[in-house]
Design a protein. Structure first.
Ligand SMILES: Cc1cc2nc3c(=O)[nH]c(=O)nc-3n(C[C@H](O)[C@H](O)[C@H](O)COP(=O)(O)O)c2cc1C
Ligand code: SF4
Length: 302
């Protein structure tokens, strides 16, 4: 993990308040005399020191200075204190985001929007702040269809394998029941979907989405799955706010997990794994109200 120290302190501006030392999670900064000084050999590069300094004396040069500049809307750079944001607006977006399964296929998604969504994505937390996520943008329908074909091809092959009853039986007997489970739970649905796709041209996989983002992580990340999925949730919510519909495509993830050649064809190197495929586009659907959820399993440990 890269822990290079990129913290710089302007000694002229530093008033010696000590706030940056207090907030630093990796002991990168200490007080030397009446001024803060970079003495540590490692840094999380989290930028808490720069964010807390009242005199703007701290810079963390390893951070992308453009991340708060969006192309499609103006973001506020000031920090919002705890309890002061509109929880009503936040929950309204969360509950209004629904999986979109009817996209305006002919209406492309502007690249500026897609790039802004990545910036929204990376404001998520990440294990050890390693931020070793990756975002592969499929910016037009043809690219989405090429991925859909790869995924469809994988499921055609899987269904042909699952049809072999003797193979399912042998695998079950040697303690590998996965093919049997797949046959029982998914085989028929996948076969019907593939037939519908072939005969009627219905895009059962990406629901006609004109764009997609594959969210991955480097294997060496501290928490690769969590990082990628937290960034993905940010993207889903941000997309709703920007007028776009989204749908997570778990079937595509399953195919990429089992057939690494799909990742390679997308340009993802062998040290990356995909955790979310987000279909994106302008929605062809509207709802009248938010819907509920099932009762959650909640317990107290006291
Ligand atoms: C990991 C994961 C995989 C999913 N895969 C698919 C998928 O392949 N196709 C699809 O139409 N929806 C997929 N969904 C969407 C879920 O069906 C959806 O989130 C759920 O029904 C709740 O509805 P909502 O998202 O509209 O609130 C997936 C969701 C998750 C979290
Ligand atoms: S927060 Fe800023 S002013 Fe305070 S000690 Fe650190 S660098 Fe100096």
């Amino acid at each position: 993990m890269d822990r290079t120290v990129t913290t710089r302190i302007d000694q002229e501006r530093c008033t010696g308040c000590g706030l940056c030392v207090e907030v630093c999670p990796s002991d990168t900064i200490t007080m030397k005399g009446k001024k803060a000084s970079v003495t540590g050999t490692e840094s999380l590069n989290c930028g808490h020191c720069a964010a807390v300094c009242p005199s703007g004396a701290v810079k963390v040069t390893g951070l992308d200075p453009t991340l708060s500049t969006f192309k499609t809307f103006e973001a506020r750079e000031s920090w919002l204190p705890h309890g002061q944001g509109s929880i009503q607006d936040l929950v309204h977006i969360m509950q209004s985001r629904r999986s979109c399964r009817n996209f305006q296929t002919e209406k492309p998604v502007e690249k500026d929007l897609l790039e802004d969504l990545i910036k929204i994505g990376v404001s998520a937390p990440s294990g050890s702040n390693c931020q070793l996520w990756s975002f592969t943008i499929l910016s037009h329908r043809e690219a989405v269809l090429r991925l859909a074909k790869m995924v469809g091809g994988f499921f055609q092959r899987l269904n042909r394998t699952a049809e072999k009853g003797w193979l399912r039986k042998i695998l079950r007997l040697i303690g590998k029941p996965e093919l049997e489970v797949y046959y029982r739970e998914y085989y028929r649905r996948v076969r019907e979907g593939l037939e519908e796709w072939e005969n009627q041209g219905t895009d059962i996989l990406f629901h006609g989405a004109p764009a997609a983002i594959v969210v991955g992580s480097k294997r060496q990340a501290a928490c690769p799955a969590e990082d990628a999925l937290l960034a993905s949730q940010n993207i889903l919510l941000g997309a709703h706010g920007l007028g776009l519909g989204t749908c997570l495509i778990g079937f595509a993830i399953e195919a990429m997990r089992r057939d690494k050649s799909i990742l390679r064809r997308l340009g993802m190197p062998d040290d990356e794994r995909a955790y979310a495929v987000i279909a994106l586009g302008y929605p062809n659907e509207k709802y009248r109200r938010v819907a509920g959820r099932k009762q959650a399993l909640v317990r107290y440990f006291e």
